[in-house]
Design a protein around this ligand. Structure first.
Ligand code: FES
Length: 241
């Protein structure tokens, strides 16, 4: 893990950032950097996930803090956490975004295509600027995708879903735990997910990245407390059920 500085080179229309930084700070897909703008009104660092990279920096997934502007210098710490590892034998890759954004899975696309893997993106959000070789399917098509794929990368939020009034939806058991979201989406297909290699990125605010053991990112998995910032944010699916 390193500390250093990065410079915001560009803010793209989708809210992603181009950040110039040294190569040893660039996270792999699923890993993250903690980033903080000096003298910012917002005291807590934010997590940056990689969408793609170049020798002198990387593109980070949205959202971007509102007070960050092109030319700003930000403090960076990382790379942190466990990222995705696609098995060498996997040739049919399904990227499944259960949340509104595919951005945290995007970094897996170019490396998979370079290694002649087939890639299907499964999501209900609109996706722009995807390579032509990537097929897009709705979440409704999950059962077919599970029969086809030999590796799944899944993105899900830890957070409680909100009602239309932006109140936490605490009355729905399925809303309070990311595994319940997974079970709800996969339904009867859940046994199938255990037959292929699958990894799950659980995203949530991770303000200390494990250093202060603040507990903000804590989650119970198999009746044990896990710190998503250290033991994740990418988990092997078999460790989750
Ligand atoms: S973010 Fe503080 S313990 Fe995980």
């Amino acid at each position: 893990m390193k500390t250093g500085q990065g410079k915001i080179a560009e803010i793209l229309l989708d809210g992603s950032l181009r950040i110039e930084c040294s190569a040893d700070l660039i996270p792999t897909p699923g890993q993250y950097l903690l980033a903080h703008k000096p003298a910012s009104d917002s005291p807590l660092p934010v997590s940056l996930f990689q969408m793609d990279f170049s020798p002198n920096g990387f593109r980070s997934a949205p959202p971007t803090p509102l007070d960050w502007k092109p030319g700003d210098v930000i403090n960076l710490r990382g790379p942190l956490g466990h990222g995705f590892h696609i098995p060498p034998s996997a040739k049919k890759i399904a990227l499944i975004a259960l949340d509104e954004s595919i951005a945290r899975l995007y970094g897996l696309i170019s490396s998979s295509l370079k290694q002649n893997r087939e890639v299907v993106l499964v999501c209900d959000s609109t996706s722009q600027n995807l390579p032509e070789a990537v097929e897009v399917q709705p979440l409704q098509a999950l059962s077919d995708i599970l029969k086809w794929a030999d590796y799944l990368a899944i993105d899900v939020s830890r957070e409680v879903r909100r009602t239309f009034n932006n109140e936490p939806n605490l009355h729905s058991a399925s809303a309070t735990h990311p595994l319940n979201q997974l079970k709800e989406k996969f339904g009867e297909q859940q046994p199938a997910i255990n037959k292929v290699e699958a990894q799950v990125l659980i995203h949530t605010p991770m303000p200390c990245g494990g250093i202060a053991e603040c507990g903000v990112c804590a989650l119970t998995l198999n009746h044990e407390w896990k710190m998503i910032c250290k033991e994740g944010p990418v988990f092997n699916s078999l460790s989750l059920w």
